[in-house]
Design a binder for this molecule. Sequence first.
Ligand code: UDX
Length: 466
Amino acid sequence: MKISVLGVGYLGAVHAASMAEIGHEVIGLDIDAARIAALAAGDAPFHEPGFPELLRRGLDSGRLRFTTDYAELAEVDVHFLGLGTPQRADGFGADLTAVHAAVDALAAVLPARDGAPTLVVGKSTVPAGTARDLATRLSALPGVSLLWNPEFLREGFAVQDTLAPDRLVYGVADPGTDAAAAEVALLDAVYAPILAAGMPRLVMGYEAAELVKVSANAFLATKISFINAISELCEATGADVTDVARAIGLDDRIGPKFLRAGVGFGGGCLPKDIRAFIASAEDLGVGPALGFLREVDAVNQRRRVRMVEIAREMLGSLAGRRITVLGAAFKPDSDDVRDSPALEVASRLLAAGAQVTITDPEALANATRRVEGLIAEPDTAQALRGAELVLLLTEWREYRDLEPSEAARLVAAPRIIDGRTVLDLPAWRAAGWDVRALGRGTARPGAGGAAAAEPELEPARLPAHA
Ligand code: UDX
């Protein structure tokens, strides 16, 4: 089938290459000419395991190409919308400018199809109500209909999540009608090889499909902040949050996943999606329903502040101290630093006057583009050399596997804070390290219940939502 993908950012680029992989003729479109040129030349603009090979295979097969020109989409049967919906500059809501602009530009070329059945498929994360608005705008064009098919891909697993998702969700204007059946059949034909592997496919109304996506992300964020709130209790009582997480996770109603305590969630999705969800509930007049998500966000922000407090507790004063941050990406196996907890902590330490060296296997260039003043050092051993304090903030395998006595020989003083609850604390202590870890017995005598201290620093000025 002839397919287009509008917006070839993370989601769109992976989707376009995946659709070519399963045999379709695909055109990826973006207004960013540099990105289009890079993709057309086979250069992946981000780090994603398996994607460069997929892109190369698509280009070599002749089934995948890229353009900036909407006129080239006139013959396409199915258009996917993969545009970004970042947080608005003036509040919590989602900025839908790119989605609206793409739909308008697409609508201008669709009449060339002369009424031939054309399906527009939304994949972007949008507030409930967006699909119905867009469908109304497209309804003036004969043969054109809209289906909402949210994407659940995780960075680092994007190819696998696209080609073998847990489920496919189809949102239609009116489930059960002939029109809906025709739209579903068309998208089923696109996804035939994926559906043949037995993936569950759920058909529902537009609003439910939109809500599935944001609800899933809100649930995941809530689960992480739940265990991080328990971390605060652990710090106040001297308990170890990994003991609590392991034990509650064995209840199969709770489950062990997304219960890893630490410096919290970041990235291009969870933080902005929960904020957009809060804004959307308020717009719908049901703000109190999602009031708890403000606390989910607040718990997450407090963990970042807490890291800096522990650093200050260990060093006395931060000004002029040499601190090494292990990790800049918001999670391992990614070069994405959007709303990265690691980068925000590094920037807060910098703001407090510390001399901060940061290292990361993939995200250093992105990190230093966003935060000025950090010393970027790609080599881990070199980054550790001379440090008075080390913070582990992104749990890359390389940092988890550090050998404590070898690392001790490199630093100026063996002090480390484990911000991802991944280190074997007794082994590090046995090698002479002064170790603190979020949520793991960091209670101070007389600390009482006041684990959730007020932020001492202004929030770092990070352009968190690119
Ligand atoms: C997320 C959703 O998982 C995905 O379904 C959606 O489509 C997009 O948003 P992603 O942003 O790639 O995907 O990251 P994810 O793997 O979910 O991790 C999000 C953040 O939570 C990371 O910063 C990670 O370090 C943190 N996290 C995750 C924890 O702090 N603890 C955990 O137990 C799990």
